[in-house]
Ligand binder design. Structure first.
Ligand SMILES: Nc1ncnc2c1ncn2[C@@H]1O[C@H](COP(=O)(O)OP(=O)(O)OP(=O)(O)O)[C@@H](O)[C@H]1O
Ligand SMILES: [Mg+2]
Length: 355
């Protein structure tokens, strides 16, 4: 049971809400614009330190207020943790058991979660960055040193790009290459290991959700036939022209294949949604196994874009995953969701338990 007790203050339309979550299934229902997605967004913010809708802090703070505050009692395996987040125009403040400064990574470690929302199909059809983030999330939970490698790589990339932009001498830019290559290699290895584990789950989930063979093709971000150092040397002219490093793990992509063809180009919106759900459920299962505890899964209007058969397949798989689920629905029930779910009603930003 990842989250037990949750409160949100001045987050979007939610002035003050309190949610005592069921350890398995929770349903938040209410009419349009009542605050359902806002509740999920607040929960997700507590585990990520950012909005899954890509919203800026100013848009998240309730109109006319100065800050929002979120708090959760979380079960992280054997450990009980108190997690708090405050965000104002002065910036984000994170507390985990009274400790400050851990930032978003501390939140992600204590409250790991995944989200399926009506835009989830973008994971398949959208830009590579989303799929890199997807893969890095798995690697973060599966590979203990991944976060450190990732932070160091970001720093090396920033420094190399700054040198390229400032028109520094080639020798100066080359000076950044050794660190860049070392951390890039660690990221690439971490990603490949994560991919190996998640692929098994993806194949199974894909078969179950779309009845086809589904797999990943990983592109590391530079020519597979070249060592990264050589690729960097060869692209120096292009890097100087562009003022940024053109090859490396920040250019990686993870292509989703559907019956041996690129899913992005082929499948319908509903199929893209089911494929993206297969990716997310496989990632959730992978992290749950690695962490040996249930994760939080947020489902925002899961019925959107899906026919009855698709929704049934999705919900069946969700229920068998063994995670804690918080789902939203316009109605007081959600088809194929367990009847034993705890039900909350939200209206004008006010949340009440009704069943
Ligand atoms: N910063 C804010 N302060 C106050 N209200 C806000 C803020 N941001 C958004 N809102 C309002 O919150 C309301 C609830 O939005 P939300 O997206 O949570 O609704 P919903 O119940 O998910 O609706 P739908 O069924 O259409 O998906 C909307 O009316 C929106 O305009
Ligand atoms: Mg909504």
């Amino acid at each position: 049971m990842p989250i037990r007790h949750f409160t949100a203050h001045n987050f979007r339309c939610l002035e003050n809400i309190e949610l005592d979550a069921d350890r398995e299934y929770n349903l938040i229902c209410g009419p349009n614009a009542s605050g359902k997605t806002s509740v999920l967004e607040a929960l997700a913010y507590l585990g990520r330190g950012k909005s899954f809708r890509g919203a800026a802090t100013t848009d998240l703070i309730r109109h006319g207020e100065q800050e929002f505050v979120l708090f959760g009692q979380v079960e992280a395996g054997e450990r009980q943790a108190k997690v708090g987040v405050r965000n104002s125009h002065e910036g984000l403040e994170v507390h985990v058991d009274g400790e400050v400064d851990g930032g978003a990574a501390a939140l992600a470690a204590v409250l790991p979660l995944q989200i399926i929302d009506p835009d989830v199909h973008n994971l398949v059809g959208g830009a590579p960055e989303q799929r890199r983030r997807y893969l890095d999330w798995i690697a973060f939970h599966v590979e203990p040193g991944f976060l450190d490698a990732w932070r160091r790589f970001r720093r090396a990339l920033k420094q190399r790009n700054a040198a390229l932009k400032s028109g520094a001498a080639v020798a100066t830019i080359d000076g950044w290459n050794a660190g860049f290559v070392e951390f890039a290699g660690r990221i690439d290895r971490g990603r490949r290991q994560a991919l190996e584990i998640v692929t098994r789950g993806l194949e199974e989930a894909g078969q179950d959700l779309v009845g086809s063979e589904v797999g990943f093709v990983y592109q590391q971000g530079w020519n597979e036939d070249k060592a990264l150092l050589k690729a960097l040397e060869d692209s120096m002219e292009r890097d100087l022209q562009q003022g940024s490093t053109q090859c490396g793990p920040h250019r990686a992509d993870l292509k989703l294949m559907y019956d041996s063809r690129r899913a992005r180009k082929l499948v319908s919106r509903g199929q893209q949604k089911l494929l993206a759900c297969a990716m997310i459920l496989a990632a959730t299962a992978t992290a749950q196994t690695a962490l040996e505890r249930p994760l939080l899964l947020l489902l925002d209007d899961p019925a959107a874009e899906l026919d009855s058969d698709g929704l049934q397949r999705l919900m069946h798989r969700v229920v068998n995953l063994g995670c804690q689920v918080v789902a939203t629905s316009l109605e007081t029930e959600l088809r194929f969701f367990p009847e034993a779910a705890t039900v909350f009603h939200v209206e004008h930003g006010d949340l009440k338990r009704i069943g």
